[in-house]
Design a protein around this ligand. Structure first.
Ligand SMILES: C[S@@+](CC[C@H](N)C(=O)[O-])C[C@H]1O[C@@H](n2cnc3c(N)ncnc32)[C@H](O)[C@@H]1O
Length: 278
C-alpha cells in the first residue's frame, strides 16, 4: 500500500475575492486611516498571503474573520503588513537645512528644542533630526512614533546595514555611528549620545485620543498624510496646530501641501510651514 501523500497547502489556490478586498480596505481605513486604492489589490494579496502562511490559514475569508474577532491578536500584524515604510536618512534634505538654522538660533538661547517625528518608520528620520541638533550643539529631544510596531523595533535598535548610510558624508558617519566588527561587519549602530536624545513609542495618528504630548517646536509629519482622506488630513492638521508652539515648524512630504490653506500656518520654505498666531 502506498503511503498517503503529506497534506500541503496550495498557496496559489488562496483567492482574494472582491468582497474580501473591500473588507480589507474598510478595516485598514478604520484602524489606521489608510485609504487603499483599488490598484493596490496585488500588493494587498502578496502582503496578506504572508500573514495567511504565518497563521496556517488557507483562505482570506478565514484570515479576515480572525482579524475582525473581538480583541484579535492578529490586528497589529494586519496593520503592520499594510503600511508602506519607505524612508531614508536625510530624506528631503531641505527640511534638515531649515531645522539646522532653527537649532543654531535656539542653541544660543539654551532652551531645548522639542521635535516630533510622527510617522518615523524605521527611524532614519528621527536619527537625522537628532544628528542635526547635535551638530548645532542645540539641546533637544526627539519623540519618534509610528503605528507600525515592526518598524518601531528596527528604529529603536538603531542598527542599519552600511548601505543605508552610504549617502552620509564620512564626517557625519564617524561622528554619529559606530561601525560593526566581527559578526556585526557591514552594520552600523547609532552612538549612545544620539540614542539618549530619541524616544520611540507607538502612536496611531488616527486614534481619537493620543497620549499626553508636550508642546512641540518642530513636527515632521512626512509622507504619511498621502494615505489619508481629506477629512482626516484636516482633523490631523488641527491637532498638530494645537501642539506646535508659535513660531514652531511643520515639515510635510514632497507631495503634501495640506497645511497651505490653514490660517494657523505660513509657508516658510519648500513643504515647510511656520505656526503663526495662537
Ligand atoms: C512612507 S513612511 C514615511 C517615513 C518618513 N516619515 C519619511 O518621510 O521618510 C510612512 C509611515 O507612516 C506610518 N503610518 C501609516 N499610517 C499611520 C497612522 N495612522 N499613524 C501613524 N503612523 C502611520 C507607516 O507605518 C509608515 O512607517
Amino acid at each position: 500500500m502506498s503511503a498517503l501523500p503529506e497534506f500541503t497547502f496550495d498557496h496559489a489556490a488562496a483567492m482574494l475575492s472582491d468582497r474580501e478586498f473591500a473588507t480589507v480596505r474598510e478595516l485598514i481605513a478604520a484602524h489606521a486611516g489608510i485609504k487603499l486604492s483599488p490598484q493596490k489589490r496585488n500588493m494587498v494579496y502578496n502582503r496578506l498571503l504572508r500573514r495567511l502562511r504565518a497563521r496556517g490559514l488557507s483562505s482570506f475569508g478565514d484570515y479576515l474573520q480572525l482579524v475582525q474577532r473581538e480583541g484579535s491578536d492578529e490586528r497589529e500584524a494586519f496593520v503592520n503588513a499594510l503600511t508602506t515604510n519607505l524612508t531614508a536618512f536625510f530624506r528631503e534634505p531641505h527640511h534638515f537645512e531649515l531645522l539646522a538654522e532653527h537649532a543654531r538660533a535656539r542653541a544660543r538661547g539654551g532652551k531645548p528644542l522639542r521635535c516630533w517625528s510622527n510617522a518615523c518608520s524605521t527611524g532614519e528620520e528621527a536619527w537625522s533630526i537628532a544628528m542635526v541638533l547635535r551638530e548645532a550643539e542645540c539641546p533637544g529631544e526627539v519623540l519618534a512614533t509610528d503605528i507600525d510596531t515592526d518598524v518601531l523595533q528596527t528604529a529603536q535598535a538603531g542598527v542599519y546595514r552600511m548601505e543605508r548610510t552610504a549617502g552620509l558624508p564620512p564626517e557625519r558617519l564617524r561622528r554619529h555611528f559606530l561601525r560593526g566588527t566581527g559578526s556585526n561587519e557591514g552594520l552600523v549602530s547609532v552612538r549612545p549620545e544620539l540614542r539618549s536624545m530619541v524616544r520611540f513609542a507607538q502612536l496611531n495618528l488616527q486614534a481619537p485620543a493620543w497620549p499626553a504630548l508636550e508642546p512641540c517646536d518642530v513636527i515632521f509629519c512626512r509622507n504619511v498624510v498621502i494615505y489619508f482622506d481629506r477629512e482626516f488630513q484636516k482633523r490631523l492638521l488641527a491637532r498638530l496646530a494645537d501642539l506646535l508652539v508659535p513660531g514652531g515648524l511643520l515639515m510635510v512630504g514632497h507631495s503634501e501641501s495640506f497645511p497651505a490653506a490653514h490660517p494657523g500656518f505660513r509657508s516658510c520654505g519648500r513643504t515647510a510651514y511656520e505656526r503663526v498666531g495662537g
